[in-house]
Ligand binder design. Structure first.
Ligand code: UFG
Length: 339
């Protein structure tokens, strides 16, 4: 049994990770300031699992509060650090805030870990560190950090560099940076899922809003890429698979610093996503083609061999599974929101 401090545990990936930790017999504690979480997500985790996870509602940079929480509910063996800001466009408009929150929270946690003698850290990195490279599938030993087009992505790369240095200075540390590809889907209960505030940025939440009638049509950003159907190609990974990858990383606690891709290795285009979602919802989803979105690349998908070899983990769910579960969440979650 691994006792885990899970920051960002009320968010989209965090809430699924909390459930996956419980299912695997581990014991999580949650820290989250609820700044970008569904207000009911912690009670929904309890509803699904039957376990009320101790939760501290605070910014992770409040070291005294996090430390006091660990004194009260700890000790823990590992930290899974998911708290952070993640909107690409917002990061361009508010770079100081992104550097402050994402890097500041990681440094604060490292100090708390030292104080409480916690040596195992799993960090939420991103395939964004591969930058403008289209040398696919992306493998972890590729050169990273070139052509990252926004401050959000740069914070992920900078934090990986910080963690690499910190681990080199302390041989007791075991740090794994998980490079997520495109997380999608929801818990099959329909009780938790992604719930972006305002107009969503990412493809699947937008397709979901079109399917549920809140938006008229999906705007496809470019159909002149050198891909099978001309639209952008990504690696969409079901959030439950992603969550299980975190569990495996916390269990394995690999020595030193390791970066590991969490993706499916299966490329899918924008039109594939629209088609699969339409099939799941039993609808024809309207779309129109517009020009390319600045900063986008044509193709990104994961080389999944390292995750398989060192974590004994691989994604089990398909894009169709993710669309089905997301659609259940849209219908159920939307009703719950209005209740
Ligand atoms: N797309 C559309 N229309 C939309 C939204 C997206 O056609 O309304 C297309 C994009 O052009 C892209 C694909 O759908 O081809 C996926 O776009 P997303 O915005 O969903 O995801 P990205 O791959 O651009 O970004 C994701 C994460 C970021 C991360 C980045 C790189 O959201 O956090 O991957 O790893 F930085």
């Amino acid at each position: 049994m691994v006792r885990v401090l899970l920051t960002g545990g009320a968010g989209f990936i965090g809430s699924h990770t909390a459930l996956a930790l419980l299912e695997a017999g581990h014991s999580p504690l949650i820290v989250d300031d609820l700044s970008n979480a569904h207000p009911d997500s912690i009670s929904r985790i309890a509803q699904i699992s039957g376990v009320a996870i101790p939760a501290l509602i605070v910014d992770v940079r409040d070291e005294a509060a996090v430390s006091g929480f660990l004194q009260e509910h700890g000790p823990v063996d590992a930290v899974i650090h998911l708290a952070g800001l993640k909107a690409v466009g917002e990061s361009v408009a508010q770079p100081e805030r992104y550097y402050d929150v994402n890097i500041g929270s990681t440094l604060a946690l490292l100090r708390v870990m030292k104080k409480h003698e916690i040596h195992n850290l799993v960090f939420s990195s991103s395939a964004t560190v591969y930058g403008a490279s289209e040398n696919v599938p992306h493998a972890e030993d590729a050169h990273v950090g070139h052509g990252i087009s926004n401050p959000y992505g740069k914070t992920k790369h900078m934090i990986e560099e910080i963690l690499r240095d910190v681990s080199a200075a302390d041989e007791q540390l075991r740090i794994t940076a998980l490079r997520y590809f495109n997380p999608v889907g929801a818990h099959p209960s329909g009780l938790i899922g992604e719930d972006p505030r305002g107009v969503p940025n990412n493809l699947m939440p937008i397709v979901a809003r079109v399917a549920s009638g809140a938006l008229d049509s999906v705007v496809v950003f470019g159909d002149d890429y050198p891909t099978s159907d001309g639209t952008g190609v990504r690696d969409y990974i079901h959030v439950q698979d992603l969550a299980q990858g975190h569990v495996r990383a916390a269990e394995r606690a690999l020595p030193g610093f390791e970066a590991i891709n969490l993706g499916t290795g299966v490329p899918a285009s924008v039109l594939d996503v629209i088609r699969e979602y339409g099939a799941a919802a039993g609808l024809n989803i309207p779309y129109r083609v517009a020009k390319r979105r600045p900063g986008d690349i044509a193709v990104s998908y994961a080389d999944v061999s390292k995750a398989r070899a060192v974590l004994d983990w691989q994604a089990k769910r398909t894009l169709a599974d993710a669309c089905r579960d997301d659609w259940a969440w849209q219908q159920n979650g939307a009703k719950l929101r209005q209740a």
